[in-house]
Design a protein. Structure first.
Length: 391
Protein backbone atom coordinates (compact mmCIF):
# COMPACT_ATOMS: atom_id res chain seq x y z
CA UNK A 1 0.00 0.00 0.00
CA UNK A 2 2.80 2.38 0.95
CA UNK A 3 4.69 1.51 -2.26
CA UNK A 4 1.59 2.30 -4.35
CA UNK A 5 1.20 5.66 -2.59
CA UNK A 6 4.86 6.53 -3.11
CA UNK A 7 4.61 5.60 -6.78
CA UNK A 8 1.51 7.80 -7.11
CA UNK A 9 3.32 10.74 -5.49
CA UNK A 10 6.32 10.14 -7.78
CA UNK A 11 4.10 10.16 -10.89
CA UNK A 12 2.38 13.38 -9.78
CA UNK A 13 5.75 15.07 -9.19
CA UNK A 14 6.94 13.94 -12.64
CA UNK A 15 3.75 15.26 -14.23
CA UNK A 16 4.10 18.63 -12.50
CA UNK A 17 7.74 18.85 -13.55
CA UNK A 18 6.70 18.14 -17.11
CA UNK A 19 4.06 20.84 -16.94
CA UNK A 20 6.59 23.36 -15.60
CA UNK A 21 9.05 22.41 -18.34
CA UNK A 22 6.34 22.81 -20.99
CA UNK A 23 5.43 26.23 -19.65
CA UNK A 24 9.05 27.34 -19.56
CA UNK A 25 9.41 26.30 -23.20
CA UNK A 26 6.65 28.61 -24.42
CA UNK A 27 8.54 30.76 -26.93
CA UNK A 28 8.74 34.48 -26.27
CA UNK A 29 7.21 36.59 -29.03
CA UNK A 30 9.86 38.90 -30.44
CA UNK A 31 8.40 41.98 -32.07
CA UNK A 32 9.67 42.88 -35.53
CA UNK A 33 12.43 45.50 -35.00
CA UNK A 34 11.73 46.97 -38.43
CA UNK A 35 8.19 47.83 -37.28
CA UNK A 36 8.77 48.55 -33.59
CA UNK A 37 10.48 51.57 -32.08
CA UNK A 38 11.21 52.22 -28.42
CA UNK A 39 13.03 55.47 -27.81
CA UNK A 40 13.79 58.18 -25.31
CA UNK A 41 11.98 61.48 -25.83
CA UNK A 42 14.95 63.71 -26.58
CA UNK A 43 12.95 66.90 -26.15
CA UNK A 44 12.01 66.00 -22.56
CA UNK A 45 14.31 67.53 -20.02
CA UNK A 46 16.35 65.51 -17.54
CA UNK A 47 14.23 63.85 -14.85
CA UNK A 48 10.97 64.46 -16.69
CA UNK A 49 8.90 61.28 -16.67
CA UNK A 50 5.48 59.63 -17.11
CA UNK A 51 4.50 61.32 -20.40
CA UNK A 52 1.05 60.94 -21.91
CA UNK A 53 0.92 61.66 -25.63
CA UNK A 54 -2.04 61.98 -28.02
CA UNK A 55 -2.32 63.11 -31.61
CA UNK A 56 -4.42 66.20 -32.21
CA UNK A 57 -5.06 67.74 -35.63
CA UNK A 58 -1.66 68.06 -37.32
CA UNK A 59 0.50 67.52 -34.24
CA UNK A 60 0.86 66.02 -30.81
CA UNK A 61 -0.05 67.13 -27.30
CA UNK A 62 1.82 65.66 -24.34
CA UNK A 63 1.61 65.96 -20.58
CA UNK A 64 4.75 65.22 -18.59
CA UNK A 65 5.86 65.38 -14.95
CA UNK A 66 8.92 66.34 -12.90
CA UNK A 67 9.28 65.67 -9.17
CA UNK A 68 11.61 67.39 -6.74
CA UNK A 69 12.13 66.47 -3.10
CA UNK A 70 12.29 68.75 -0.09
CA UNK A 71 13.01 67.85 3.52
CA UNK A 72 11.34 70.27 5.91
CA UNK A 73 10.63 69.98 9.65
CA UNK A 74 11.02 66.21 9.74
CA UNK A 75 8.85 65.66 6.69
CA UNK A 76 9.86 64.77 3.12
CA UNK A 77 7.84 66.55 0.44
CA UNK A 78 7.34 65.18 -3.05
CA UNK A 79 6.73 68.30 -5.14
CA UNK A 80 5.21 67.57 -8.53
CA UNK A 81 5.44 70.00 -11.41
CA UNK A 82 3.39 69.27 -14.52
CA UNK A 83 3.93 70.50 -18.06
CA UNK A 84 1.75 70.52 -21.15
CA UNK A 85 3.67 70.28 -24.42
CA UNK A 86 2.59 70.85 -28.01
CA UNK A 87 4.19 70.14 -31.37
CA UNK A 88 2.93 71.58 -34.63
CA UNK A 89 4.34 68.90 -36.89
CA UNK A 90 3.08 65.35 -36.80
CA UNK A 91 6.24 63.90 -35.28
CA UNK A 92 6.85 62.85 -31.68
CA UNK A 93 10.58 63.17 -32.08
CA UNK A 94 10.44 66.83 -33.05
CA UNK A 95 10.85 69.27 -30.20
CA UNK A 96 7.57 69.96 -28.47
CA UNK A 97 7.15 73.30 -26.74
CA UNK A 98 6.33 72.88 -23.07
CA UNK A 99 4.77 75.19 -20.49
CA UNK A 100 3.69 74.82 -16.87
CA UNK A 101 0.31 73.16 -16.55
CA UNK A 102 -1.98 74.53 -13.87
CA UNK A 103 -5.63 74.23 -14.91
CA UNK A 104 -7.08 76.06 -11.92
CA UNK A 105 -8.27 79.57 -12.85
CA UNK A 106 -8.08 80.57 -9.18
CA UNK A 107 -5.64 79.61 -6.44
CA UNK A 108 -6.00 76.07 -5.14
CA UNK A 109 -4.29 75.58 -1.80
CA UNK A 110 -3.88 71.95 -0.84
CA UNK A 111 -4.25 70.67 2.70
CA UNK A 112 -1.32 69.03 4.45
CA UNK A 113 -1.15 65.43 5.66
CA UNK A 114 -1.15 64.94 9.40
CA UNK A 115 0.22 62.01 11.42
CA UNK A 116 -2.64 59.79 10.20
CA UNK A 117 -1.14 59.53 6.72
CA UNK A 118 2.27 57.87 6.30
CA UNK A 119 3.05 58.75 9.90
CA UNK A 120 3.18 62.42 8.94
CA UNK A 121 6.66 61.85 7.48
CA UNK A 122 5.86 62.06 3.73
CA UNK A 123 3.66 64.51 1.88
CA UNK A 124 2.94 65.51 -1.71
CA UNK A 125 2.23 68.73 -3.54
CA UNK A 126 0.84 69.32 -7.02
CA UNK A 127 -0.98 67.17 -9.53
CA UNK A 128 -0.54 63.44 -9.93
CA UNK A 129 0.06 61.80 -13.29
CA UNK A 130 -1.86 63.61 -16.05
CA UNK A 131 -3.33 61.27 -18.67
CA UNK A 132 -4.66 62.56 -21.98
CA UNK A 133 -7.21 61.36 -24.50
CA UNK A 134 -8.73 62.88 -27.64
CA UNK A 135 -12.50 63.13 -27.87
CA UNK A 136 -13.24 63.72 -31.60
CA UNK A 137 -15.33 66.85 -32.08
CA UNK A 138 -14.78 68.00 -28.50
CA UNK A 139 -11.01 68.26 -28.00
CA UNK A 140 -8.26 66.89 -25.78
CA UNK A 141 -9.09 66.00 -22.17
CA UNK A 142 -7.00 65.18 -19.13
CA UNK A 143 -7.62 63.05 -16.06
CA UNK A 144 -5.40 63.40 -12.99
CA UNK A 145 -5.33 63.22 -9.21
CA UNK A 146 -4.92 65.92 -6.58
CA UNK A 147 -5.11 66.30 -2.81
CA UNK A 148 -8.14 67.98 -1.21
CA UNK A 149 -8.27 71.74 -0.89
CA UNK A 150 -7.35 73.29 2.42
CA UNK A 151 -10.15 74.36 4.73
CA UNK A 152 -10.01 76.34 7.97
CA UNK A 153 -7.13 74.14 9.15
CA UNK A 154 -3.97 73.57 7.13
CA UNK A 155 -4.28 69.82 7.78
CA UNK A 156 -6.50 67.50 5.76
CA UNK A 157 -9.56 66.21 7.55
CA UNK A 158 -10.31 62.49 7.29
CA UNK A 159 -11.18 60.41 5.57
CA UNK A 160 -8.84 62.04 3.02
CA UNK A 161 -9.84 61.27 -0.56
CA UNK A 162 -7.29 61.88 -3.31
CA UNK A 163 -9.84 62.39 -6.08
CA UNK A 164 -9.46 62.09 -9.81
CA UNK A 165 -10.31 65.21 -11.82
CA UNK A 166 -11.28 65.74 -15.45
CA UNK A 167 -10.42 68.83 -17.50
CA UNK A 168 -10.67 69.95 -21.12
CA UNK A 169 -7.11 70.85 -22.12
CA UNK A 170 -7.80 71.97 -25.70
CA UNK A 171 -11.39 72.39 -26.91
CA UNK A 172 -12.50 71.95 -30.50
CA UNK A 173 -14.47 74.94 -31.66
CA UNK A 174 -17.55 72.75 -31.94
CA UNK A 175 -17.28 71.93 -28.22
CA UNK A 176 -17.56 75.54 -27.06
CA UNK A 177 -20.74 77.25 -25.95
CA UNK A 178 -23.54 75.07 -24.63
CA UNK A 179 -21.78 71.70 -24.81
CA UNK A 180 -21.90 70.29 -21.24
CA UNK A 181 -18.48 68.74 -21.82
CA UNK A 182 -16.86 72.12 -22.27
CA UNK A 183 -14.89 72.13 -19.01
CA UNK A 184 -12.90 75.34 -18.57
CA UNK A 185 -12.02 74.34 -14.99
CA UNK A 186 -11.23 70.93 -13.44
CA UNK A 187 -14.19 68.88 -12.23
CA UNK A 188 -13.70 66.32 -9.41
CA UNK A 189 -14.83 62.78 -10.24
CA UNK A 190 -16.87 61.11 -7.53
CA UNK A 191 -17.50 57.38 -7.19
CA UNK A 192 -21.16 56.27 -7.39
CA UNK A 193 -23.41 57.41 -4.58
CA UNK A 194 -23.66 53.85 -3.20
CA UNK A 195 -19.88 53.43 -3.10
CA UNK A 196 -18.25 53.29 0.32
CA UNK A 197 -14.67 53.16 1.56
CA UNK A 198 -13.44 50.95 4.41
CA UNK A 199 -14.34 52.55 7.72
CA UNK A 200 -10.77 52.43 9.07
CA UNK A 201 -9.20 54.11 6.04
CA UNK A 202 -7.75 57.53 6.83
CA UNK A 203 -6.34 57.99 3.32
CA UNK A 204 -7.83 56.82 0.00
CA UNK A 205 -6.05 57.40 -3.31
CA UNK A 206 -8.36 57.25 -6.32
CA UNK A 207 -6.00 56.41 -9.18
CA UNK A 208 -5.86 54.86 -12.64
CA UNK A 209 -9.39 55.53 -13.82
CA UNK A 210 -9.32 54.59 -17.52
CA UNK A 211 -11.76 56.68 -19.59
CA UNK A 212 -13.12 55.54 -22.95
CA UNK A 213 -15.82 56.65 -25.39
CA UNK A 214 -18.81 54.65 -26.57
CA UNK A 215 -21.58 55.51 -29.05
CA UNK A 216 -24.81 53.62 -28.42
CA UNK A 217 -27.37 52.35 -30.94
CA UNK A 218 -29.17 55.70 -30.84
CA UNK A 219 -26.00 57.61 -31.72
CA UNK A 220 -25.55 59.04 -28.23
CA UNK A 221 -21.99 59.32 -26.93
CA UNK A 222 -21.10 58.16 -23.44
CA UNK A 223 -17.95 58.65 -21.42
CA UNK A 224 -17.25 55.48 -19.48
CA UNK A 225 -14.24 54.40 -17.47
CA UNK A 226 -12.79 51.16 -16.21
CA UNK A 227 -12.73 51.77 -12.46
CA UNK A 228 -11.26 48.37 -11.54
CA UNK A 229 -9.57 45.80 -13.78
CA UNK A 230 -10.39 42.71 -11.73
CA UNK A 231 -13.30 42.56 -11.47
CA UNK A 232 -13.81 44.74 -14.54
CA UNK A 233 -15.99 47.53 -13.18
CA UNK A 234 -17.35 50.07 -15.65
CA UNK A 235 -18.65 53.47 -14.52
CA UNK A 236 -20.36 56.15 -16.58
CA UNK A 237 -18.98 59.66 -16.06
CA UNK A 238 -21.20 62.74 -16.33
CA UNK A 239 -20.13 66.35 -17.01
CA UNK A 240 -20.70 67.41 -13.39
CA UNK A 241 -18.25 64.74 -12.19
CA UNK A 242 -20.85 62.35 -10.83
CA UNK A 243 -20.69 58.70 -11.87
CA UNK A 244 -22.95 55.67 -12.01
CA UNK A 245 -22.12 51.95 -11.93
CA UNK A 246 -23.02 50.28 -15.20
CA UNK A 247 -21.46 46.82 -15.52
CA UNK A 248 -19.24 44.44 -13.59
CA UNK A 249 -17.70 41.34 -15.16
CA UNK A 250 -15.22 38.83 -13.77
CA UNK A 251 -13.15 36.38 -15.83
CA UNK A 252 -11.24 34.21 -13.39
CA UNK A 253 -9.73 32.06 -16.14
CA UNK A 254 -8.18 34.93 -18.09
CA UNK A 255 -6.96 36.62 -14.94
CA UNK A 256 -5.62 33.46 -13.28
CA UNK A 257 -1.95 34.40 -13.95
CA UNK A 258 -2.49 37.46 -11.74
CA UNK A 259 -4.24 35.76 -8.82
CA UNK A 260 -1.33 36.55 -6.48
CA UNK A 261 -1.12 40.21 -7.48
CA UNK A 262 -3.15 43.37 -7.10
CA UNK A 263 -3.85 44.45 -10.68
CA UNK A 264 -4.12 48.17 -11.43
CA UNK A 265 -5.26 50.17 -14.42
CA UNK A 266 -3.31 52.54 -16.62
CA UNK A 267 -3.88 55.09 -19.39
CA UNK A 268 -7.16 55.90 -21.13
CA UNK A 269 -8.59 53.05 -23.22
CA UNK A 270 -8.62 53.23 -27.03
CA UNK A 271 -10.95 51.74 -29.64
CA UNK A 272 -9.56 49.47 -32.36
CA UNK A 273 -11.89 49.21 -35.39
CA UNK A 274 -12.25 45.91 -37.22
CA UNK A 275 -10.42 47.10 -40.34
CA UNK A 276 -7.24 47.75 -38.33
CA UNK A 277 -7.33 44.65 -36.15
CA UNK A 278 -5.38 41.54 -37.22
CA UNK A 279 -8.37 39.25 -36.65
CA UNK A 280 -10.86 41.75 -38.14
CA UNK A 281 -12.67 41.95 -34.81
CA UNK A 282 -13.33 45.38 -33.29
CA UNK A 283 -12.37 45.79 -29.66
CA UNK A 284 -11.21 48.24 -27.03
CA UNK A 285 -7.61 48.11 -25.87
CA UNK A 286 -6.35 48.92 -22.39
CA UNK A 287 -3.11 48.51 -20.45
CA UNK A 288 -2.93 47.18 -16.90
CA UNK A 289 -0.04 46.61 -14.50
CA UNK A 290 0.92 45.03 -11.24
CA UNK A 291 3.84 45.52 -8.85
CA UNK A 292 6.03 42.76 -7.44
CA UNK A 293 7.81 43.76 -4.24
CA UNK A 294 10.90 42.31 -2.62
CA UNK A 295 13.85 43.41 -0.51
CA UNK A 296 15.61 44.30 -3.74
CA UNK A 297 12.95 46.79 -4.80
CA UNK A 298 9.79 47.01 -6.86
CA UNK A 299 9.22 45.48 -10.29
CA UNK A 300 6.42 46.88 -12.48
CA UNK A 301 4.96 44.60 -15.16
CA UNK A 302 2.56 45.83 -17.86
CA UNK A 303 0.13 43.92 -20.07
CA UNK A 304 -2.28 44.97 -22.80
CA UNK A 305 -5.79 43.62 -22.67
CA UNK A 306 -8.69 43.45 -25.13
CA UNK A 307 -12.18 44.51 -24.12
CA UNK A 308 -15.48 43.72 -25.80
CA UNK A 309 -16.64 46.58 -28.08
CA UNK A 310 -20.14 46.34 -26.60
CA UNK A 311 -21.59 46.41 -23.08
CA UNK A 312 -20.86 44.95 -20.59
CA UNK A 313 -17.28 45.55 -21.84
CA UNK A 314 -15.91 42.27 -20.52
CA UNK A 315 -12.23 41.37 -20.89
CA UNK A 316 -11.62 39.19 -23.96
CA UNK A 317 -7.87 38.52 -23.83
CA UNK A 318 -4.66 39.46 -22.04
CA UNK A 319 -1.33 39.86 -23.82
CA UNK A 320 2.14 38.67 -22.97
CA UNK A 321 4.08 41.23 -20.94
CA UNK A 322 4.86 44.42 -22.83
CA UNK A 323 8.56 44.78 -23.83
CA UNK A 324 9.11 48.20 -22.30
CA UNK A 325 12.68 49.35 -21.56
CA UNK A 326 13.82 49.63 -17.94
CA UNK A 327 16.33 52.29 -16.89
CA UNK A 328 18.94 50.27 -15.02
CA UNK A 329 21.13 53.30 -14.35
CA UNK A 330 18.80 54.38 -11.55
CA UNK A 331 19.62 51.89 -8.79
CA UNK A 332 16.73 52.65 -6.46
CA UNK A 333 14.01 52.80 -9.12
CA UNK A 334 15.57 50.74 -11.92
CA UNK A 335 12.57 48.45 -12.30
CA UNK A 336 9.86 51.10 -11.97
CA UNK A 337 7.89 51.61 -15.18
CA UNK A 338 4.57 53.37 -15.58
CA UNK A 339 2.59 53.49 -18.83
CA UNK A 340 0.77 56.82 -18.70
CA UNK A 341 -0.35 57.28 -22.30
CA UNK A 342 -2.04 55.18 -25.00
CA UNK A 343 -2.97 56.52 -28.41
CA UNK A 344 -3.60 55.11 -31.89
CA UNK A 345 -3.50 57.05 -35.16
CA UNK A 346 -6.10 56.66 -37.89
CA UNK A 347 -3.60 54.49 -39.78
CA UNK A 348 -3.22 52.10 -36.85
CA UNK A 349 0.07 53.22 -35.30
CA UNK A 350 -0.02 52.68 -31.53
CA UNK A 351 1.88 55.12 -29.31
CA UNK A 352 2.54 53.85 -25.78
CA UNK A 353 4.15 56.62 -23.70
CA UNK A 354 5.70 55.74 -20.38
CA UNK A 355 8.09 56.75 -17.64
CA UNK A 356 11.12 54.69 -16.65
CA UNK A 357 12.63 54.80 -13.15
CA UNK A 358 10.70 58.00 -12.33
CA UNK A 359 13.44 59.77 -14.29
CA UNK A 360 13.05 59.15 -18.03
CA UNK A 361 10.38 59.66 -20.71
CA UNK A 362 10.03 56.97 -23.37
CA UNK A 363 7.74 55.86 -26.19
CA UNK A 364 7.00 52.40 -27.56
CA UNK A 365 5.56 52.83 -31.08
CA UNK A 366 4.36 50.04 -33.36
CA UNK A 367 1.47 49.03 -35.66
CA UNK A 368 -1.60 47.69 -33.89
CA UNK A 369 -1.29 44.38 -35.75
CA UNK A 370 2.27 43.99 -34.45
CA UNK A 371 1.11 44.71 -30.89
CA UNK A 372 -1.65 42.14 -31.28
CA UNK A 373 0.98 39.46 -31.88
CA UNK A 374 1.56 39.60 -28.12
CA UNK A 375 -1.91 38.10 -27.60
CA UNK A 376 -0.62 34.53 -27.70
CA UNK A 377 -2.97 33.10 -25.11
CA UNK A 378 -0.01 32.32 -22.83
CA UNK A 379 0.14 35.60 -20.82
CA UNK A 380 3.89 35.16 -20.70
CA UNK A 381 5.84 37.09 -18.03
CA UNK A 382 9.23 38.38 -19.13
CA UNK A 383 12.26 36.63 -17.68
CA UNK A 384 15.53 38.21 -16.67
CA UNK A 385 13.97 41.40 -15.35
CA UNK A 386 13.68 42.72 -11.82
CA UNK A 387 15.86 42.72 -8.71
CA UNK A 388 17.88 39.56 -8.25
CA UNK A 389 15.72 38.50 -5.32
CA UNK A 390 12.72 38.24 -7.65
CA UNK A 391 14.40 35.94 -10.16
Amino acid sequence: MVQHQLRYVYLVICWLAGQAEAISEVPEVLLDPSLTQDFNLSWAQKRWYNPSIVGFKDGYIASIKATSYLSKKGKVWWINRLYMCRGKQYSITDGLNCADFNPWPTEYEECEFGHGVRGGKVDTSGLGDVKLWHWPGKGVYAIFGRKPERGTSKFCKGPIIYHQWVYQVVPDKAALGTDPWHLPAPVPLLPPANHSYPANNTWVSEKNWMPFLYTDADGLQHLYCAYYVQPHVILEIFPDGSTASRWTTHNKTLMAPFKDFSVHGGPPIIFVPANLSADRQAHYLGIMHHIEKSKGGRLYRHFAYKISPLPPFNILAVSDELPVVYNKEMARTAWVIFVNGLYMSEEGTVVISYGAADAESRVLMLPIKELERLFTGNVRFRTGVGPSSLS
